[in-house]
Design a protein around this ligand. Structure first.
Ligand SMILES: Cc1ncc(COP(=O)(O)O)c(C=O)c1O
Length: 403
């Protein structure tokens, strides 16, 4: 399914607070922070010339976040950044002077961090990032997981010293439970989704994601003309659309938000013209996108900046994983998890329809930007869906290409 954005706010300027969160100065600060992170290096921007020829467009550039900070997804940029910001804010307040990231490991700052507990709900990747941030600063973390989160993903979060709390129900139930318990225990909720009265911390999480765009724009020879970004609660999609709109104004690329058809909360919000909660039906293979309520901040930004909303099926997502693992001709192989290749799945769907191509102006001159938002964050599941291990797929790039 595909619809154009017909919201009254469409193409109107962002609200001032949103423009600031995703603005140039904010993106610079995120970069400054990242340069203090051990092991930081930009993720690759992979070009797929054979596939773009096959789809009848000029180029496809895919930012490979599977390699981000050892965490396997772009989420590594958001939750941990927010935790660091919160600790520095608290230290600034308690020590009575501005504390910079360079002082994060000073004894007085660590003592303050040790008194703080951060909490969040997660499908897997956001919790890993928050737990990693807490470990880095010396704070405690309590991470809430719903019944659909795999044991492998829970173990990957617990490795960062987090207390794991299991919640019956869906992701949205775990979000509510995390907020409730955090309130009761005076923990700080570091959520990647926002709701009325709770916007600042999720906005910081989104601000952290801008790093991948700063890197990508440096890596690209030319600006993209079209962008397809997958959505759970809409945080990453809103970051891309919002930041590009701040940077490029009316010249920004055409922006399509992509939802799984089984958890299409942004698509349905766009159809209704306001944020809606969709019914929980059968679960989707795109586990990280299985969210039934949009983030309020993300929805607000997307209502201004997204050009279109569409859905893809589970089969489309798995086909995209396989297509990236077993590329055409000399294109490099990319390890994309179940939610990672969804932007490509959407592009392939549009590219195969003459009327949709015409509707979004996709043609032989188009340069498409996609984000592989995660690598094989659940390696066993990856192998069962793709038929090869992540290591086998990666090894293809070290061998001469075969026909
Ligand atoms: C791998 C991956 N891709 C995409 C998303 C969607 O991000 P958002 O919830 O910000 O829309 C997530 C969210 O957890 C994710 O983990």
């Amino acid at each position: 399914m595909f619809i154009l954005n017909e919201h009254a706010a469409y193409r109107k300027p962002l609200e001032a607070a949103d423009a600031e969160v995703l603005g140039v100065a904010a993106a610079r600060m995120v970069e400054h922070f990242l340069h203090h992170r051990e092991g930081y290096k930009p993720t690759p921007l992979v070009s797929l010339p054979e596939l773009s020829r096959h789809l009848g467009i000029a180029s496809i550039s895919i930012k490979d976040e599977g390699l981000r900070l050892g965490l396997g997804s772009f989420k590594a940029l958001g939750g941990s950044y927010a935790v660091i910001r919160l600790v520095l804010d608290e230290a600034t307040k308690r020590l009575g002077r501005t504390i910079d990231i360079a002082e994060l490991h000073n004894e007085d700052v660590r003592q303050i961090a040790a008194t703080m507990t951060v909490a969040c709900a997660t499908d897997g990747n956001h919790g890993r990032s928050v737990a990693m941030g807490a470990q880095l600063v010396g704070a405690r973390s309590s991470i809430f997981v719903h019944s659909g989160v795999s044991e492998e993903r829970i173990a990957a979060i617990a490795r960062y010293g987090a207390d794991m709390i299991r919640v019956d129900g869906t992701y949205d139930d775990s979000v509510r439970e995390a907020a409730r318990v955090a309130e009761e225990k005076s923990w700080i909720t570091v959520s990647d989704t926002s709701w009325p009265g709770y916007e600042r911390i999720p906005a910081l999480v989104m601000q952290g994601y801008t790093a991948l765009l700063t890197e990508a724009l440096r890596q690209m020879p030319e600006r993209p003309t079209h962008v397809f970004v997958q959505a759970g609660v809409g945080g990453i999609a809103a970051t891309v659309a919002g930041h590009f709109s701040v940077l490029f104004g009316d010249d920004r690329p055409y922006f399509v938000v992509v939802d799984p058809s089984r958890a299409a909360c942004l698509f349905e919000s766009a159809r209704a013209g306001h944020p809606v909660t969709v019914e929980h039906g059968e679960s989707t293979v795109m586990a990280m996108l299985e969210c039934y309520e949009p983030s309020l901040v993300a929805w607000r930004i997307l209502s201004h900046t997204a050009d279109a909303f569409m859905t893809v099926e589970d089969g489309d997502a798995v086909n995209a994983m396989r297509q990236l693992a077993d590329p055409k001709g000399s294109d490099p192989a990319v390890v994309a998890g179940e939610s990672g290749g969804v932007g490509l799945a959407a592009l392939a769907k549009i590219a195969s329809s003459a009327s949709l191509r015409a509707q979004i102006g996709l043609g032989a001159q188009s340069r498409v930007f996609l984000i592989n938002t995660e690598g094989a964050t659940d390696p066993k599941l990856y192998q069962s869906l793709v038929g090869e291990t992540p290591e086998q797929v990666t090894a293809k790039n070290a061998q001469p290409a075969t026909m």
